[in-house]
Design a protein around this ligand. Structure first.
Ligand SMILES: C[S@@+](CC[C@H](N)C(=O)[O-])C[C@H]1O[C@@H](n2cnc3c(N)ncnc32)[C@H](O)[C@@H]1O
Length: 249
């Protein structure tokens, strides 16, 4: 992802993407059992900071990492407004480094799929493993090929004053790649300004993810299908998977 992608998406992310809410139940089941033993965490690809701020409000020492300067700016602003301690780091998930290792790294809402190449999964996992204490956990969710073939083969229109967006998405069969062209119409008084953004994702088979996690030093892998958590039209069984993995002690 170029660091200027997610500029407009960042600015109107909370405003437009209310469907972001279904993560609460998944967090309770997947993260819940870990939380009593967590004193530090990093939310990787933190977006507008919701999860990182929730950790900070529970007394967890938190880092929040994102490549988009606009996402980082919004997250820092929220932390300041809420007077919560949060260290925001503008970095690429493939190469990020923390000042100290943490007990938990999270990466939510198919953020991991945003790397440019399938081979980048190994780089991300290497950086995550280096950021974790031995015995620490990595919790993430990914879009699977079925999501590219179904949910990403569409055009969506969202209109929520003062913005309207048209998202044309598609996928390249056989390449495990999908793309979304976002056309923005932002109302400024009586005028509408138009902007464009382009987002790409890659996906992996479960076998590829298992192999990459083992190679990076993770064990105790566990998965959950997202459909029962999300219970929406878009998320059919098999489309999105939650993963939890432990860095070998
Ligand atoms: C779908 S959003 C998810 C944001 C947040 N995790 C959430 O659950 O709302 C994807 C996020 O990944 C970030 N991102 C994309 N590529 C990245 C990269 N290579 N390194 C770090 N962050 C990246 C984007 O800036 C964006 O904030």
């Amino acid at each position: 992802m170029a660091s200027d992608t997610y500029r407009w998406l960042a600015r109107y992310y909370d405003h437009l993407f209310e469907f972001r809410r279904p993560f609460a139940e998944a967090r309770e089941i997947i993260l819940g059992p870990l939380l009593p033993r967590i004193s530090s965490a990093c939310d990787l690809c933190c977006g507008t900071g919701g999860l990182a701020l929730s950790f900070a409000s529970q007394g967890v020492r938190v880092f929040a990492v994102d490549l988009s300067p606009e996402m980082c700016r919004i997250t820092r602003g929220k932390a300041r407004a809420l007077r919560l301690p949060l260290k925001v780091i503008c970095a690429d998930m493939r190469t990020f480094q923390l000042p100290e290792p943490v007990d938990l790294v999270t990466c939510e809402f198919d953020a991991l799929n945003h790397v440019p190449r399938k081979s980048d999964l190994a780089r991300v996992l290497k950086s995550v493993a280096a950021a974790l204490n031995p015995g620490g956990h990595f919790v993430f969710d990914v879009n699977n090929r079925l999501a590219f073939e179904t949910a990403w083969a569409n055009t969506w229109f969202v209109d929520k004053d003062p913005v309207a967006i048209v998202m044309h998405s598609g996928h390249k069969p056989g390449a495990d790649k999908a793309w979304c062209d976002v056309e923005w119409f932002v109302r400024q008084g009586k005028l509408w300004r138009r902007h464009r953004e382009h987002v790409e994702e890659v996906c992996w088979t479960p076998a590829e993810i298992i192999q990459a996690l083992h190679n990076a030093g993770f064990d105790r892998l566990k998965t959950w299908d997202a459909a029962p958590f999300f219970n929406d039209e878009l998320t059919k069984p098999g489309c999105r998977t939650f993963w939890r993995a432990r860095k070998r002690p």
